[in-house]
Design a protein around this ligand. Structure first.
Ligand code: APR
Length: 248
């Protein structure tokens, strides 16, 4: 592992444009369970019910009561961990330009990162299904479920991308452009199973970028797309990379 860290650090050091793609795994050390794997959210809740747009629109009360209410409580308590903070350190050193995240927890921004593309939207904001009035998470009143719009009493929904919805166009375009132009992409904490996010490292690879994967377990990227797979938890591996970069 030692020389893999050295090789990864050297690639990052010499790269003119480095981006990161992050998934739920980087927030596990902040107390947010991943979606897949043991103890994960989709082991307990059927994503085709509780994270699918048509089911939500037909059953907003149930989806809020069974899933969204507790998910919001988990997110509200979560703080950035050494993985999020380490990526901000890389940004401060001029070694990381943009984070493309599949996460909706806002922890990269809370860690200080300035250029974060929220590929699956965000749980920081909500809007009314009837009049589209927006409210941020601080203004969300969960004393009644589902939460209602103060303006028209319509039901509120999170501003994140449900299964069955499109990725925000600006996020898709910017992420695709960066994937095709970057020299290094660091892929952290994603099972690389959900499209189109999982194509970002593939586009980067096709455009001759060097792909560094950080994950305790191998993923579909590990053999074919990743040039280096650093098997470990995001917090400790990113910390090791920063230590190695200090030696340059
Ligand atoms: N550090 C790094 N990676 C970790 C850690 C950790 N401490 N713990 C777990 N992982 C890895 C797991 O091995 C797994 O590969 O994080 C990954 C989490 O995978 P998923 O739960 O599938 O999360 P993600 O890839 O982000 O899911 C993509 O699916 O349900 C949708 O919209 C949801 O954005 C999500 C998308």
């Amino acid at each position: 592992m030692e020389n893999l860290i050295e090789k990864a650090a050297s690639k990052i050091k010499n790269s003119k444009l480095t981006i990161a793609l992050t998934g739920a795994g980087i927030s596990v050390e902040s107390g947010i369970p991943p979606f897949r794997g043991k103890g994960s959210l989709w082991e307990k809740f059927d994503p085709m019910k509780y994270a699918e747009i048509n089911y939500f629109l037909k059953n907003p009360n149930e989806v809020w009561e069974v899933f969204l209410k507790d998910f919001e409580k988990t997110l509200k308590k979560a703080k950035p961990n050494s993985g999020h903070k380490g990526l901000f350190e890389l940004e401060k050193k001029g070694l990381l330009t943009t984070i493309i995240t599949q996460n909706i927890d806002g922890l990269h921004q809370k860690a200080g990162s300035n250029d974060v593309i929220e590929f699956h939207g965000s749980f920081a904001n909500f809007y009314c299904l009837e009049c589209f009035e927006r409210v941020d998470i601080q203004g969300l009143d969960l004393s009644q479920i589902p939460p209602k719009c103060k303006k028209c009493n319509g039901i509120l929904r999170p501003d994140c991308v449900f299964f069955g919805e499109m990725i925000p166009q600006d996020a898709l375009e910017r992420a695709s452009m960066l994937a095709s132009q970057c020299e290094v992409v660091i892929v952290i904490g994603t099972s690389a199973l959900v499209q189109p996010a999982a194509s970002i490292p593939v586009v980067a690879k096709t455009s001759k970028a060097f792909v560094i994967e950080i994950n305790p377990e191998p993923t579909p990227l590990s053999d074919s797309i990743a040039d280096i797979t650093l098997l470990g938890e995001a917090g400790s591996v990113i910390t090791d990379l920063l230590i190695e970069l200090e030696t340059f």
